[in-house]
Structure formats: C-alpha cells, structure tokens
Write a protein that binds this ligand. Sequence first.
Ligand code: UDP
Length: 451
Amino acid sequence: MENQIRPHLVLIPPPLKGHITPMLQLATILHSKGFFINIAHTYFNSPNPSNHPNFNFLPFFDGLSNTQITSKNFIDIASTLNTNCASPLKERLIHHKAKLEEHDEKIACIIYDGFFHFIDSLAKELKLPSIVFRTTSATNILTYHVCAHLHAKGYLPLQDSKSSDLVPELDILRFKDLPIFNLTNPHDFLHGISKTLSITPLGVIFNTVESLEDSSLNHLQHLYNVNLFPIGPLHMLSNESNNISILPESDRCISWLNNKARKSVLYVSLGSIASWEEKELTEMACGLVKSRQNFLWVIRPETVTEVIAWLESLSEDIKLGVAEKGCIVKWAPQSEVLAHEAVGGFWSHCGWNSTLESLCEGIPIICQPYFGDQRVNARLLSHVWKVGLEWCNVMEREEIEKVVRRLMVNQEGEELRKRAIELKHEIRLDLSGSSCDALNGLVKCILSGNV
Ligand code: UDP
C-alpha cells in the first residue's frame, strides 16, 4: 500500500480489559499491514492514546453509572452499553466518515467486538462494511448455539443432577462447563445471546489457532457459513502485549524470578475481574506456603483493601514462609512472566487471554474457573488439550497444598508440562502457517470490499 492513501479501519472494543487488550493487538497487526487505525472507545476504561501514537482515538459516551461499574454485573453492563452507546457512536461515525470524505478518504471496514451487538445494524445503516471480532475461544461461541438450542428444547434451567453429563450437541463439554450453568438468571443471558446470534456478519475474526480449535471452527463454519479468520494468538503476532497494560506493572517480579531455579515458580493470577474475601486469601497463602514451592502471586489492589495489613494479620510461620518463598505484586507483566524460564506452572482463572498466553509458553495450568467462558476454557485445558489440572476449586489450605504439589512436584505435573511444550510448538507452527494465511485472507477481504 505504499504511495497510496492508507485505508481507514475503525476498531470498536467494549470497556473490559480482556476485550480491549486483544483489540489493540489486532489494531497493531493491521497497522503493520498498512491500514490507518481509528479506535472508537467509551470514556470508561479508555485506552491511553499516548501509548499508541500511530492510532487515532474516537471517544464516545457510554452512560454507565458508578454503581453499575462497581457491580461487575456484566449482563447488566452489556445491556446498558448496547442501549446507551448506539446513538453517540452513530454520531461519532457519521462525523468521522464526513471528515474523511472531505479528503477523499473513506472507512474501509468497521471491526467491532461481538459484545456490541447493535453495531451490526448500525454499520448496515451507515453503509459501512463490518466484521465481528470474537475475543473468546471459538468453542465458547459454539456454546451460545448449544445454550439457545437447549433452551428451545426446554432443558433450562439445567438440573444439578445432570451437571456431569456430556452435552449431546457438544460432547467435549459437560453441562456444568456451559457458561449458563449456575446463573441466577439464565434468561437475561439467553436474551443477550439471542441478539449476538442474530448478527449476520460477513466475517468473524477469532483470537485462536487451528491446532487448538479446528473442530469448533469447522462446526461454526458449518453453522454461520461466513468467512472465519482464526488469526491468533494475537499477543504473539503483535508482539506488543507489554505496552498496553491498563494497570502499572511491577518489574520487581522479573528480578525476583531471575534468582530462581528453572521451572521452580508457580505463577498465581486469577484475572482482572474476580475478587476474594480475606479469608480465602489467607487459605491461599497458607496452602502456597505449605506446598513449599516458590510462588509469584498477583493480588490486585481492589481485591483486598489493605494488602500490607492483611499480610501482617497472618500467623508468624506463614508470614515467614511468604517472605521466603513468595513474591506478591499488584500487577505483573504476565506474558513476560510466563515466558521466564523460572516459571513452571500457572494457577489461573482460565480467562481466554491468560489461557493463550500460557499455552504459547508451554506452561501447564491449575484451572480455577469462576464464570462464563472460563469454565469452557478450563475443560479444554484439562480434558481436550491435557495441559491443565481440574481441581475441586475449594479454597482450603490442604486442597491448595495438594494441587500445587500435583502440578509442581509430581509426575502428573511433569506429564502435563511435556504435553504443554508439544502444544507450544504446534501453536508456533500455526503462527507462521494457518494464522498468517488467515490474516492475509482478512486483509485481502477488507481491501477488496468483500466484507
Ligand atoms: N494480566 C496482566 N498482569 C496481571 C494479570 C493479568 O498483564 O497481573 C493480563 C493478562 O496477561 C491477560 C489479561 O490481563 O492478557 C487478562 O485477560 P483474561 O482474558 O485472561 O482474563 P480476564 O481478566 O478478562 O478475566
């Protein structure tokens, strides 16, 4: 595209870290392919423009209340954003489109997160081509179809007695792995899903790779009959994950890791959303110390009001154990940590980004999913790819000590580590193979106006 005006793309992430990060990575990749990048974003959780001097930022009003933001009720947040953002975003896009047209430039395509289902009809109204970007696994998107099917067949609410049965339409999962399981109000969720599924995109971008999700991608292709672009793992392709953190990172942990033996450290981070009571943190601290393994533990500031005071309240032997074996930080440069040779295991909530980051470095996982797609990812990790340990998720020190030793010390953990390294090589082959082809296909599709 040299000597030509760069075609403009507008990328639209919702204001959630697990969604903004991969969208910015996608933006970086597409910028390197010659596109001019515009990021349309809400004021809440807005990315920092000074970290991305090559991008243009288009903020729009979100109308989220503070109560909603602190509630962490994502179904409510999603529904509010899909209502409140429609007209401010429309104005933004109309204004930007007109501005570009003054200079004989145009928007080649809108790439929006599937979380914002209203954008499908908005793009059509503005006669702009659009593509959906899915930031979860392809298998998770498949569960949406399955849940809608189960609903239509009168299976909901799911019965506890059937929780361990395999889902007939997707038999790698059990009913309890579905995002809908245990929801207090599955109907709100289904309502959101039905809107998401009614989107008729011409293309869907996935942050995944064929070697991990070939069968789910084929299944989706069959259902959607649209162009699917599995172009992950985006953090590897963009090479930029460290520049786009929302929270300040602690470099202290890297120097701490530098002094530890190979594969001797368990990295503990349960994501950017989940929070615990002090009692649970205390059980975690005791379990970790009793396992006698080194650990690097992320405790986000909002998780516990006073980390220092909480640490002080621990018994003397546990305090000593934490000081001797542990390093606690508020936020870690996760990709760098997982790539560090001292790290031998990850205790994770199995968010999709964390899952991919761990797989890319060949690090096996203790799976502690909480909600949504995390349970699907945990099942894939433990049952399908066989690089993760499913455990009882009971936050008690004895259980924690046992599971940490299973991963870090026992033969079982060694087997998982071997398999994780094999999978890492397969993913890296995909990076220069199928993901690269899918990326080139996407660029071609956008430039030819076939989206
Ligand atoms: N992350 C990080 N440092 C931390 C904890 C998390 O950089 O201390 C990043 C992590 O690398 C991942 C993202 O935060 O890219 C979390 O996304 P994920 O999809 O795993 O889970 P979510 O937080 O959205 O539930």
